[in-house]
Design a binder for this molecule. Structure first.
Ligand code: WT7
Length: 639
């Protein structure tokens, strides 16, 4: 599959970038021309960041799944779309061709239609990393239903709140899932969630294991049964995709906010399609015979864009791995690379750091010579981890693309172009064509000098930007478009070197990136505060050598005498049940009070320093109402 927009030299990158800024509409129209449309657009772009309103390809009609599947039925029906590697090494892998995937998606689309799902309805997907997750997502897109994938590590309460926020009609799950040595009963978690989800009419359950689960009559149906019935009845009319408007929502994906409930980021059809394809093909330099592997989970934006949509849109062969890098041993990733002769491998710094801690022999057993490109995503990669990846996996030859983006952006925004622009350790490097990055100073002015440090913002729309927060456009405006006039604010800080390369320094708000997972501290604090012995709490991030950051909770008790290891466990149990085990606190310190300003705001800056152990870097504490508390907390910590 040749792509007309593939950048193949440094001058081509420079030219593409220049054109994307000077003539953005012509630039994106040319990229969009290579897709299949039912009707051309009337306008390439209309936008107003003040409202904010962003409209790409207005008037166009299309279905994204026709671009993922139908257009390849003629050119490469038998090419493998998904190479699936199971969690359990003894179990057979699965190969699904473009044609087979097309058929599976059409049948499952008819399953959904027959359950009453229509264009615009919301469908919640809570599945492990199995091909059925792609089938379910694409089947929704085929009929214009909006999918909301919830990462299969979230608790029942977290699922319920996401289902209720979007009023999902159907929930798609599995009886059980494998995760390393563990088997997790997803259906039980769903059943618990569903005691509180009035909008759910039906549940579809995929049998991943042989375990039997409770099925509620007339509500719950097995995936295989429904597929069997529908494939018998399936005729060609079912294969027809719903014609969508360019700006019809494609999916909702929740991301944590720095306050309150998670934000359901809404992504729309055409712009997302164009962006996902453009970035994947260019950043990783996909070729006809590439074997692409993104090891993220499909429950995050990386999985949506670079496991499901991007690779299929690009017509590529993509590996999907159900398991974890440590099972059955720490060489699993490298075995998979050898087994499938993976050419481009994309993973998270936290996985790299965890693997780098193991004995080096784990990386030496397998032939990694198929690799042409390595990528990282999700958090800043430290120099040591970068060098380890470069030396032991890339054998000092393979370029590394450090890709920066956010759930809100949909697709990669800042990254090198593999083998074409320079890979600089710890630098995400250059904005991709179409991405107009700026750094803002403390007075909210744009910093014009190239070498600078500031808050990262973007001053022009790109096709795959989220259009709103589901049900809360005001919050969308406030969170992203109110910090700087006429700009999208990322919430990240960044450095820029003299050549214009960006290095992301981390969040400047109350979000902490733990193992590449975006975590709002506010919802975690809310859960802690539910414990009856707790008055108030503050959670901050601190550096952790594997996870990048870990969470430190400072917890005020009604009676400090209640402080105990047992209570720490109870607090983490509440967090697990409210949000998910991956949000647990690494450290907890019980305190009598927290450093607060006169207006009652917790001074988190100080707590971060305490958590880091930097006791002599508190800076100005003169605005504190209770400066003596800082020393008290430090003393407790040392006890
Ligand atoms: C936040 C977004 C990108 C998909 C997964 C996370 C951090 C992401 C990088 C990178 C430094 C990064 C940022 C960003 N981040 N990629 N290459 N270097 N930081 O998506 O959950 O929406 O989190 O992840 O802080 O704001 P997300």
């Amino acid at each position: 599959m040749k792509h007309t927009f593939q950048i193949n030299s440094l001058s081509a990158y420079n030219l593409a970038y220049k054109k994307s800024v000077e003539e953005p509409e012509i630039f994106w129209a040319e990229v969009a021309d290579s897709f299949q449309w039912h009707k051309q657009w009337d306008n390439v772009l209309k936008w107003d960041f003040k409202k904010p309103e962003i409209i790409w390809f207005e008037g166009a009609k299309l279905n994204i799944t026709e671009n993922c599947l139908d257009r390849y039925l003629k050119t490469q029906p038998d090419k493998i779309a998904i190479l699936w590697e199971p969690n359990n090494p003894g179990e057979p892998s699965r190969e699904i061709s473009y044609k087979e995937l097309f058929e599976d998606v059409c049948v499952f689309a008819s399953v959904l239609t027959n359950m009453g799902i229509q264009k615009g309805d919301r469908v919640c997907i809570y599945l492990p990393m199995i091909p059925e997750v792609s089938i379910a997502m694409l089947a929704c897109a085929r009929i214009g239903a909006i999918h909301s994938v919830v990462f299969a590590g979230f608790s029942s309460k977290a699922i319920a709140s996401r289902i209720n926020d979007a009023n999902c009609k159907i929930l798609i799950t599995a009886n059980e899932m494998y995760r390393g040595e563990k088997t997790i009963n997803l259906k039980n978690i769903c059943d618990e969630a569903l005691t509180d989800c009035p909008s759910i009419e039906n549940v579809i359950v995929y049998k991943r294991t042989s375990a039997s689960v409770n099925m509620k009559e007339n509500r719950d149906f097995f995936w295989d049964e429904e597929v069997r019935i529908n494939s018998e009845n399936c005729d060609s009319e079912y294969n027809e995709a719903t014609k969508m408007d360019a700006e019809d929502p494609l999916f909702i994906l929740y991301t944590s906010g720095s306050t309150g409930k998670p934000k359901g980021m809404v992504h729309t059809t055409a712009g997302y399609m164009v962006g996902a394809t453009y970035t994947l093909v260019n950043v990783f330099q996909l070729k006809e015979d590439s074997i692409w592997w993104c090891s993220a989970d499909v429950g995050w934006i990386t999985g949506h864009s670079y496991i499901v949509y991007g690779p299929l849109l690009a017509g590529a062969t993509s590996v999907m791995f159900e398991g974890v890098p440590s099972y059955p041993d720490y060489d699993r990733f490298w075995q998979i690379i050898e087994k499938y002769k993976v050419t481009q491998f994309y993973t998270a710094p936290t996985a790299i750091r965890a693997l780098a801690k193991q004995h080096i022999s784990h990386t030496q057993k397998n032939d990694l010579s198929s690799l042409h490109v390595l990528g990282t995503v999700g958090e800043p990669i430290n120099e040591e981890a970068w060098q380890w990846y470069h030396k032991n996996i890339g054998k000092e030859k393979t370029p590394i693309t450090d890709t920066w983006f956010q759930t809100e952006n949909g697709v990669i925004m800042i990254s090198g172009i593999a083998g074409i622009t320079e890979s600089i350790p710890t630098y995400a490097s250059l904005p991709l064509p179409g991405v107009q990055t700026v750094l803002m100073d403390d007075n909210s002015n744009e910093i014009k000098t190239t070498k600078a440090e500031g808050r990262l913002a973007i001053k022009f729309p790109w096709p795959s930007i989220a259009r709103t927060i589901w049900g809360d456009h005001e919050r969308f405006k406030k969170t992203y478009f109110s910090t700087f006039e006429n700009m999208y604010f990322t919430g990240d800080g960044a450095l820029r070197d003299e050549n214009g390369n960006y290095r992301i320094t981390g969040r400047v708000d109350d979000i902490v990136i733990v193992s590449g997972h975006n975590m709002g501290t506010a919802p975690i604090e809310n859960s802690i505060n539910e414990h009856k012995k707790v008055v108030e709490s503050a959670v901050v991030g601190f550096p952790h050598d594997i996870k990048g950051n870990a969470l430190f909770g400072f917890v005020i008790l009604y009676d400090i005498e209640d402080a105990s290891e047992e209570l720490k466990k109870e607090i983490n149990e509440i967090i697990s049940s409210e949000i998910g085990a991956f949000s647990k606190l690494e450290k907890i310190q019980f305190v009598e009070n927290l450093p607060k300003t006169r207006s009652g705001k917790i001074m988190r800056r100080i707590l971060r320093k305490i958590a880091e152990g930097k006791f002599d870097e508190f800076g100005d504490t003169s605005t504190l109402l209770n400066p003596e508390i800082v020393e008290e907390i430090v003393n407790r910590l040392n006890k």
